[in-house]
Design a protein around this ligand. Structure first.
Ligand SMILES: Cc1cc2nc3c(=O)[nH]c(=O)nc-3n(C[C@H](O)[C@H](O)[C@H](O)COP(=O)(O)OP(=O)(O)OC[C@H]3O[C@@H](n4cnc5c(N)ncnc54)[C@H](O)[C@@H]3O)c2cc1C
Length: 358
């Protein structure tokens, strides 16, 4: 019998397993799948890694390291740069590195996919999962869903809870030298070095992005689920082609689901025996989709509550107070940031921007 079964070994699950190691018997179900992600470590994520006394190994890093985000409003053609110290990473290698830090007393089941569980009369969960094409089972006192935005655990136990707005994120990778228009500097953006946030309300009520990664560049966008995703993404490419971009030489395409909590009630931390951390809980920035910091923070806050009685929901909620306030503030900023006219006024004012006002 395990004390804790964790579903998912993204940043949230891998970090929780590491923090619980040596304190209880942990089972970690790790469905290995490459994450569709921009691979940008925001200052908040860097702070969490510092808190765990972790330094990034060189192989996690990719070039360049942007110190500014270029905000590009496609409809008004306005561009502004804002200072932000990001670290540009290879997300796949980052995830592998986090898993490699889990001590050996944690039972990590590589390739295991959680199916469902039942609370039995033995006061524990009977957990069913698929491993090496066989259905297996295990018993655990507590269950933690760290299984991201399409969380099976959340859908199984908290289906009645308000869900964050769902987006489908598409990313396409290109060779940098084949993509850029000859006169790209006229846009005011250095696409070889800037992390670019692209805003266009015809495409999405969230945003799209371009991120250079070594000799390649990602074009990505978060499109509300229900809207024709592929067609909308192509529409974005058509708009960029008109400016001179060439998207004929695609290297790789990927897609993933993304949560956007626009209402504080859509954050769900769990119940007495089932807990949610990371994006499964709805802990992700509704303004930028940065979620790695919240994944690490929630793992830390839940691990802190573990004692002889197991986890404690009210202590977990209390530990997360600061993060929840920060998310709430971001939610409140959304109507301004994402309103085309208001955003235009803010960009024209040059408020907090590095560029000089017009
Ligand atoms: C396109 C895109 C770009 C993004 N860019 C950034 C960025 O640049 N910076 C940033 O900070 N955040 C970014 N995010 C958000 C960030 O990726 C997530 O918020 C973060 O990964 C959440 O971590 P997590 O551990 O909660 O979930 P995840 O990283 O999603 O990990 C969940 C894990 O659970 C596993 N899993 C799922 N179901 C099962 C199951 N049934 N059984 C076993 N395992 C299962 C998955 O395979 C995965 O390994 C981006 C998201 C998207 C979609």
């Amino acid at each position: 019998m395990y004390d804790v079964a964790i579903v998912g070994a993204g940043p949230a699950g891998a970090m929780l397993a590491r923090l619980l190691s040596g304190r209880c018997r942990v089972l970690l179900l790790h469905r290995q799948r490459k994450k569709c992600c921009g691979g940008i470590l925001a200052p908040e994520s860097q702070k969490m890694l510092a808190k765990f006394d972790l330094a990034l190994p060189r192989e996690v890093l990719v070039d360049p390291q942007p110190f500014a985000v270029a905000v590009w409003d496609l409809q008004s053609q306005l561009v502004r740069h804002y200072a932000r110290q990001y670290v540009n990473i290879d997300r796949n290698i980052f995830d592998h590195w986090l898993v490699s830090l889990i001590p050996s007393d944690v039972d990590v089941r590589m390739g295991a996919v959680y199916r469902r569980s039942q609370y039995s009369d033995k006061n524990c969960f009977e957990i069913s999962f698929t491993e090496k094409e066989e259905i297996r089972s295990a018993q655990a006192r507590f269950l933690v869903g760290a299984d991201g935005s399409f969380s099976t655990v959340r859908r199984e136990f908290f289906a009645d809870h308000l869900s964050p707005k769902r987006y489908i994120a598409l990313q396409e990778w290109f060779e940098l030298q084949t993509v850029l228009p000859e006169n790209f500097t006229q846009t005011g953006i250095d696409f070889r070095n800037d992390y670019v946030g692209i805003f266009d309300s015809e495409i999405t009520d969230f945003y799209a992005w371009m991120i250079p990664k070594n000799e390649q560049i990602i074009l990505g966008g978060a499109i509300p689920s229900g809207k024709k995703t592929r067609e909308t993404f192509e529409q974005l490419k058509t708009k960029l082609r008109k400016i001179g971009f060439c998207f004929d030489f695609s290297v790789h395409r990927e897609a993933g689901s993304l949560f956007r909590p626009l209402n504080p009630c859509s954050v769900c931390l769990g119940s007495d025996r089932v807990f949610l951390i990371g994006e499964a809980a709805g802990l992700i920035s509704p303004s930028s989709a940065e979620g790695i910091s919240s994944a690490l923070t929630s793992a830390y806050c839940l691990a802190q509550t573990f004692g002889s009685q197991g986890f404690n929901l009210s202590a977990y909620r209390k530990n997360l107070r600061l993060l929840r306030w920060q998310l709430l503030l971001k939610m409140l900023k959304i109507p301004v940031m994402f309103h085309p006219l208001l955003r235009k006024q803010i960009m024209l004012s040059g408020l907090t921007a590095l560029d000089r006002p017009l």
